[in-house]
Design a protein around this ligand. Sequence first.
Ligand SMILES: [Zn+2]
Length: 381
Amino acid sequence: MLFSEVIGQEKLKLKLTHAAREGRVSHAQLFLGKEGSGNMALALAYAQYAMCENPSETDACGACSACIKMHKLAHPDLHFAFPVNSSKPSERNPVSDMFLETWRQMLQQNPYITEQAWYEGISINNKQGNISTHEADAIMRKLSLKAFEGKFKVMLMWLPERMNATAANKLLKLIEEPPAQTLFLFVAASSGQMLKTILSRTQLVSVPPVHSDALAAMLVRELGLPQGEANALAHLANGSVVEARRIAGQSDEKRDYFDHFAALMRLSYASRAENVIQLVQQAEKIATLGREWQKNFLLYAQRMMRENFIMNRQVSEAVYLAGEEADFSAKFSPFINPSNIFRLYEELNLALQHVGQNGNAKIIFTDLALKLVKLIVPLKA
Ligand SMILES: [Zn+2]
């Protein structure tokens, strides 16, 4: 992983490369940042920068033999430890090495790997992984060896917060006084109880959320989104690469919900006799779609009601809407106020319940539409 491949985090990249160039490489560092911040990507880029035979001021060369091995995550001096669990009864005392192939594959594909995706990848979805004393033993064994070829031996531990107390205690001395040329890189998402002991023995590299400009640029580059849409989606992602990609991936489906929601609402609040017929037709259209779709649509409608209510109360910083949702809501929000929001919520909940009980969709949505007409009226000034 090169620094140039890490999304955003320009300030931190400068700080890390600068310190490394000056020879200030702390032997134990904790990359602490939320999921999607790029804590792992940065730690990998940092490790490669440290190993590179020909680094520039700002990045590893990407071409030397160390870089090529690091790129494949297969450098003999690069060791990993991460939470695992047994995926079948025959696997006793599971340690990271048993899952190394899957790990390399998944991490190469996406250095913004999430804990959930990892557990799914190794088929232990219902269990949490952990870093055990067996792993601690393996780590001590690996680090007692000399570096094969690199300038450093790197031990990169992902999610040390999943390490049990015994394992952590076993490692404390090693972290405090590591063998020569050893680099401990911890990549953590939360600084819980377990981390305190490690925290006091490591240099903290605090990884902030990714700037929304960098997220927008990523969405334009990866998905070819128009700049305006990318900007709007990036703002909703809370500084997370994972979240930005997820939201963008959903946006097709969401547009579908939005179109139906907007049509239904426009017909409801502009209620004239001829609209009621169209309204019923619109409800019938929704009734032909699948039950899962209908449930998600109703949840979406609830979210839109809530956002519009907040918008109506003019707490604009608390509104999470973008693009066409925001345009629509600017006109729609005056209709959602304290006198109807509770009933609207209730009606949507009721519809949700009835869909869940396999009720007749045509009746449920026609009934809902007619109730909306009555409920959605502007608050008299
Ligand atoms: Zn290199």
